[in-house]
Write a protein that binds this ligand. Structure first.
Ligand SMILES: [Fe+2]
Length: 139
């Protein structure tokens, strides 16, 4: 997989969520780019930390919207977020403890594939429940 590219079919037409997803694409691409460029491990570690932090912020925002919109699948969606966050946090701990043996590309690929699948699958399902909310419009 090369860099991620945003496309209209990924849009939920829910600005608050679409903006977050675009930002996550940017942060993921940044990790990929630093890795390709052979940048300092510290720069990659910082980019990964920012990515994880923003992922968590985004999940909280999305879950809040699902709550407000009474989305019936909230609990299972929340579980997907939780499992993913755990997996990424674990990978980052591995990166910190064994930078030389860690393949940043594998983590990038895991996150990029998961994100695209998740947006197209799970996130699309919440569209009609949250699109009308005022909070969904805020950028
Ligand atoms: Fe989600």
């Amino acid at each position: 997989m090369t860099l991620l590219r945003w496309r209209d079919s990924l849009s939920l037409n829910v600005p608050a969520i679409d903006n977050d997803h675009k930002r996550l694409f940017e942060l993921l691409n940044r990790v990929r780019f630093l890795d390709l460029a052979g940048d300092e491990p510290q720069a990659i570690a910082d980019a990964l930390s920012e990515l994880l932090l923003y992922t968590q912020t985004h999940f909280r925002r999305e879950e809040k919207l699902m709550e407000l919109g009474n989305y019936p699948g909230l609990e299972s969606h929340r579980r997907y977020h939780h499992l993913f966050t755990e997996k990424v946090a674990e990978a980052m701990a591995n990166f910190r403890s064994n930078r030389a043996g860690f393949r940043v590309y594998d983590l990038y690929k895991l996150m990029a594939n998961w994100l695209v699948d998740h947006v197209l699958g799970e996130d699309m399902k919440i569209r009609t429940f949250v699109a009308h909310l005022e909070e969904a419009q805020a950028a």
